[in-house]
Ligand binder design. Sequence first.
Ligand SMILES: Cc1ncc(COP(=O)(O)O)c(CNc2cccc(C(=O)O)c2)c1O
Length: 453
Amino acid sequence: MKQTTREWQQLDASHHLHPFTDFQALNKKGSRIITKAEGVYLEDSDGRRILDGMAGLWCVNLGYGRQELVDAATKQMQQLPYYNLFFQTSHPPAAELATLLAEITPPHLNHVFFTGSGSECNDTVLRMVRHYWASKGQPDKQVIISRHNAYHGSTVAGASLGGMKGMHAQGGLPIPGIVHIDQPYHFGEGEGMSAHEFGLARARQLEEKILELGVDKVAAFIGEPIQGAGGVIIPPDSYWPEIQRICDKYGILLIADEVICGFGRTGHWFASEGFGIKPDLMCLAKGITSGYLPMGAVMVGDRVARVLVEEGGEFNHGFTYSGHPVACAVAIANIQLMQSESIVKRVHDSIGPYLQRRWSELADHPLVGETRGKGLVAALEIVQDKQTKRRFPAELHAGMTCREFCFNNGLVMRAVGDTMIISPPLVITEEQVDELVKLARLSLDLTAAKLQE
Ligand SMILES: Cc1ncc(COP(=O)(O)O)c(CNc2cccc(C(=O)O)c2)c1O
């Protein structure tokens, strides 16, 4: 079906409702048609090459065009394209991937519940932790505490666990039994406190909330080690150890949502290791298959797995595509490539520090109030005044303006409000990091000129 860009755009506008999109605005503008990709580069229907600074949606960790992943999918598709895990059946890819995940995740995480996405992971953990406490004779321990501006997906439970007002406003969310405390966003909400004291203050809101609700009502706390879609909110070092201490003190379960942070993104296989926390449950998706096929997995810690296995009876939950065999085969090949190419070590020891060093040079730009990052995820804050950190008036849409300049200059950067984000494939080279930073600086220059018009 060879079409011109305009023809693709017309078909798309006539029939396709995009996620998180103002449909009318996009139809006026016309969608950008991405037709192929290789390494860290996309190509659009006009042949333009674009450096994918977002690895798709934080997920194409091994980059595009990895033939090993295509071969793994083809082989499994030919062998067994689908079978389910419901009828007391399993298949080799599911058993092999579960074993591999138990090996590469922290030592107390030895059981896997497969899903089809990150949102489905979070729906799973909500039901799982409530079932866990009910199985222990404490059915009233139902509440899950999350954070404002968290992102945990778009299903009803995922969006409710998330803390995004715009999502809660559509569909009558959050559902009961989910409450939110403030996020550890020092740049935006630090109120003049040092990072250390701010991290403790925000973590201690968890203890206040537990005591307000009653320990006998609280099932778990959920958090992204680094909040991704909320704007790459990297908590102060004092934050996570205090959260862990409070969870341990009151015996509530700790859920780490590593859909973005997992699989090497922060320079560790899993960010929980880097932040020194020991989650009872860990949600994984995105990088598990480098985005080549949809997959999610909930890692279940021994404390929870023992109760579910020995006392839980049948856990009435699961999905048609839980542990899809082809997705499992691609995930196995993906993880094995990460191991054989020492991807995580390279992020931790070389390309991660290199990117963070080059990225931090942008802090001298007149528009930039702060740069921050860890491993191969980074952000910068666009401000009108560097000293006071005053933002531009919202109606100027500084972030979206910068994002458009990026695209037009051949770079994908994500804008969350006036925070610009990068999360490139983990295989990016130093030369490509240089190109990314150069294009980012050019886009900031163009944005500054536009905002001063
Ligand atoms: C931490 C976290 N948890 C759960 C999900 C949901 O995963 P699924 O999408 O596979 O159901 C996510 C997904 N994160 C996500 C998804 C789509 C867009 C963006 C963005 O930053 O624009 C971020 C996520 O970042």
